[in-house]
Write a protein that binds this ligand. Structure first.
Ligand code: PA5
Length: 354
C-alpha cells in the first residue's frame, strides 16, 4: 500500500497541486486586496435578487459565499450552473459571472443573456472571453491571478467576493474577522501539511478513505456547500466517485440505503460515510448526525467524522473547506494519481469545441 510522505507526494503530485492548495489562506488575503483595488459600481440597495453563474471550481465560490452570508442576506440568491438564466433575472438582478478561465461555455451563455436582460453584471475571472466581454461592455470586473487549475484558485475568488459583499454591507464577516480567519487558517494549514504529526486529521482521514467511496453528510445551508466542495475535490484530485447528502433531507431517504449494505457485495466495504461536524449545527441536525453514524455502524458500514475547528462559524467553514482539499490531495497520493490531471474534463471540452 502506498505511503504518505514527502517522497510519495512528490512522485504523485507531478504538477504541484499541493503547494497551490496550501496557498489557500494567502489567496484569501490576496483576493480581498485585489477586490479592494477594483472599483465595483453596483448600488446594492437597488438589487432585488442575485444570480451567481459558474461551473465546477468557479461555481463553488458562489455556494460558499451563500453559506457565509446565510440568513442575513435579505434578497434571494441563486447559484446557476447552466446555460440559461432563470426567468426572474432582470434589471434588478446582480449577476455574477464566475469563470476562472473566462472561457466556459455555460457561463459565457448565461453572461450574454444577463447583459441582454439588463442585469447588473460583475465578472470574476482571470481573463479569457469573459474579461473581453467585460471590457467591451464596460462591465464591473475583478481580475484574479492566472496560471492555476480553477479549483485551486478558490481562495482568490472567495476573498474577492467577501470583500465586495462586505462593501455592500450585507456580510457577517468584517475585515477584522476576515484577517483573523486568514491568520487562523495559515496556522491550521501548516498543521495539515505536517505528516510527521501522528494526529494529522487530514492524513488520518485520507488513509481511512483509501479504497472507499465517500458519502459526505453535511448540514443543509451552513455546510452543504463545503460538502459539495469535498465531493468535487475527491472527483478531480483523488479521481474517485463521491456524493454529498444534505442533512436533514437525507434522513428521509438515503439512510434506508445502508440497510442492504452487507447484502450488496460489490458495495460492501467500498462505501464510507463522512460526516462534516461543527458546533454550528442546528441541535436537531446534531442529533440526526449522531443517529446516522449509529445506523451506518449498525449495518456494518464505516463512518468517519471531520470536526470543524475555529472560534467563529466563518473560521470553522474555512477550516473544513481546507481540510477537504488536503484530504483529497493525500487520497490522490495514496491512489497513485496526479491530483492536477483532469483529462476527462479537457477531453469533453475539446469535443464540444469541435
Ligand atoms: O476544476 C476545474 O478545472 C473545473 O471544475 C472548472 O472549474 C470548470 O470546468 C469551469 O471552468 P472555469 O473555472 O475556467 O470556468
Amino acid at each position: 500500500m502506498a505511503t504518505l510522505n514527502a517522497k510519495s507526494i512528490r512522485t504523485a503530485d507531478r504538477s504541484s497541486m499541493f503547494p497551490k492548495i496550501l496557498e489557500f489562506p494567502d489567496q484569501l488575503k490576496k483576493g480581498w486586496a485585489i477586490a479592494g483595488a477594483s472599483p465595483v459600481s453596483v448600488d446594492f440597495g437597488s438589487i432585488r435578487n442575485i444570480v451567481f453563474s459558474g461551473m465546477g471550481g468557479s461555481a463553488i465560490a458562489g455556494d460558499i459565499l451563500k453559506s457565509v452570508l446565510g440568513a442575513g442576506l435579505r434578497v434571494p440568491m441563486a447559484v446557476n450552473r447552466g446555460y440559461d438564466l432563470p426567468a426572474f433575472a432582470d434589471s434588478g438582478t446582480l449577476f455574477i459571472a464566475s469563470s476562472y478561465s473566462g472561457n466556459t461555455e455555460e457561463t459565457l451563455s448565461a453572461t450574454e443573456q444577463a447583459v441582454g436582460r439588463g442585469c447588473r453584471v460583475l465578472c470574476v475571472t482571470s481573463g479569457g472571453r469573459i474579461a473581453e466581454i467585460a471590457e467591451s461592455k464596460h462591465l464591473d470586473r475583478v481580475l484574479i491571478p492566472a496560471g492555476y487549475p480553477p479549483r485551486s484558485a478558490l481562495g482568490f475568488s472567495l476573498g474577492v467576493l467577501l470583500q465586495i459583499f462586505d462593501g455592500f454591507g450585507v456580510s457577517p464577516v468584517s475585515k477584522e474577522a476576515f484577517d483573523r480567519a486568514a491568520a487562523f487558517m495559515a496556522r491550521e494549514s501548516v498543521k495539515m501539511a505536517d505528516l510527521k504529526n501522528k494526529s494529522n486529521a487530514a492524513a488520518r482521514l485520507a488513509k481511512k478513505l483509501k479504497g472507499r467511496f465517500p458519502l459526505i453528510s453535511a448540514a443543509e445551508g451552513s455546510l452543504e456547500s463545503v460538502g459539495f466542495r469535498w465531493k468535487c475535490q475527491f472527483n478531480e484530485n483523488s479521481k474517485i466517485h463521491a456524493a454529498v447528502l444534505a442533512v436533514p433531507e437525507m434522513c428521509h431517504n438515503e439512510i434506508v440505503g445502508w440497510k442492504r449494505l452487507a447484502a450488496t457485495k460489490p458495495y460492501y466495504g467500498a462505501l464510507a460515510a463522512v460526516l462534516l461536524r461543527s458546533p454550528d449545527e442546528h441541535p436537531r441536525v446534531r442529533l440526526r448526525m449522531n443517529v446516522i453514524r449509529g445506523l451506518v455502524e449498525k449495518n456494518r458500514g464505516k463512518a468517519y467524522e471531520a470536526q470543524a475547528k475555529g472560534s467563529t462559524a466563518f473560521e470553522r467553514l474555512l477550516y473544513l473547506v481546507h481540510l477537504g482539499d488536503v484530504v483529497s490531495l493525500y487520497l490522490a497520493v495514496l491512489n497513485g494519481a496526479d491530483p492536477t490531471e483532469i483529462d476527462n474534463i479537457n477531453f469533453l471540452k475539446k469535443k464540444l469545441g469541435q
